[in-house]
Design a protein around this ligand. Structure first.
Ligand code: CP
Ligand code: NVA
Length: 303
């Protein structure tokens, strides 16, 4: 049976650590000049119903970097846009390609594609989850801090897809996570409750950003209006103003805290230009690591 990557909660701690270890080894090898070919002869389809710079290009570069090939399909390019049933698309695509990477709206779309696909389906962002992103974020944390266990991670802003996947990662990997979200913008309650029940370290939602970052090793934020929420942008800017990651907020964390943002960033909205470009920001390494983690994911699921 095909092994899908739909959400982090489906994986054990050992499985998640294996992706991270492998990504770090592949990164070292690539930088050392090793030319990988383990996916030679394999093809992956990238089905993207939302825009992407990093995820698309890093998946493509990862696939080529392992000797494989890519077919990119935007939302407009498939019969899905004309309401072909997903279960038909899933079974047809599986006859042509060795895996599918999909970015779309509802998580149920990804789940349905996986249900009918005999080749692996990898979630490249839905409204509910962004699992591959959080793996590369945690890889970056491990590179900078040595390990993620026992760290205190803060999430400041919207309880969105990124927040949900961070919650699942905290529960599986065993680090403390405090999320500061405005009322009405909390993470998914089912994901939160399940993660809290299974976690070894506290996972907490608070309203005060200063409380979330106090003593934190890692500060994370993301856009205030995600893809698909463009019409809410103006209203959200007002609600989220107190949740800006700026120098004053960063000062309340540990002096050596690192700042993560999955990008794209809206400078001087959710994060100031000063912090994004400052010495505690690790966003460029974080973006690079998407490619290395995608190699580890593609190798494991398509290899
Ligand atoms: N971080 C991230 O997923 O970026 P893209 O939307 O550019 O893929
Ligand atoms: N929460 C953001 C992440 C973008 C990578 C969105 O869904 O648009």
């Amino acid at each position: 049976m095909a092994q899908h990557l739909l959400a982090l909660s489906a994986f054990t701690k050992a499985e998640l650590l294996a992706y991270l270890d492998r990504a770090m080894a592949l990164k070292r090898e690539a930088k050392g000049g090793v030319r990988h070919q383990q996916l030679a002869g394999k093809t992956v389809a990238l089905i993207f119903e939302k825009p992407s710079t990093r995820t698309r290009v890093s998946f493509e570069a990862a696939m080529y970097g392992l000797g494989g090939q890519v077919i990119y399909l935007s939302g407009r390019d498939t019969q899905l846009a004309r309401n072909e049933p997903l279960k038909d698309m899933a079974r047809v695509m599986a006859r042509y390609v060795d895996g599918m990477v999909i970015r779309t709206f509802g998580q149920e779309i990804v789940d349905e594609l996986a249900r009918y696909s005999s080749v692996p389906v990898i979630n490249a962002l839905t409204d509910l989850h962004h699992p591959c992103q959080i793996l590369s974020d945690i890889m970056t944390v491990i590179e900078k801090k040595g390990a993620v266990e026992r760290l205190k991670v803060a999430w400041v802003g919207d309880g969105n897809n990124m927040a949900n996947s961070w919650i699942e990662a905290a529960s599986r990997l065993g680090f403390a996570l405090t999320l500061a979200c405005p009322e009405g913008y909390d993470p998914n309650p089912q994901i939160l409750a399940r993660a809290q029940a299974e976690a070894s370290q506290p996972i907490t939602v608070v309203r005060d950003p200063a409380a979330a970052v106090a003593g934190a090793d890692v500060i994370n934020t993301d856009v205030w209006a995600s893809m698909g929420q463009e019409s809410e942008q103006a209203a959200r800017i007002k609600v989220f103003q107190p949740y800006q990651v700026n120098a004053a907020l960063v000062q309340k964390a540990k002096p050596d805290a690192i700042v993560l943002h999955c990008l794209p960033a809206h400078r001087d909205e959710e994060i100031t230009d000063e912090v994004l470009e400052g010495g505690q920001s690790v966003v460029w390494d974080q973006a690079e690591n998407k490619m290395h983690i995608h190699k580890a994911i593609l190798e494991k699921h398509l290899g």
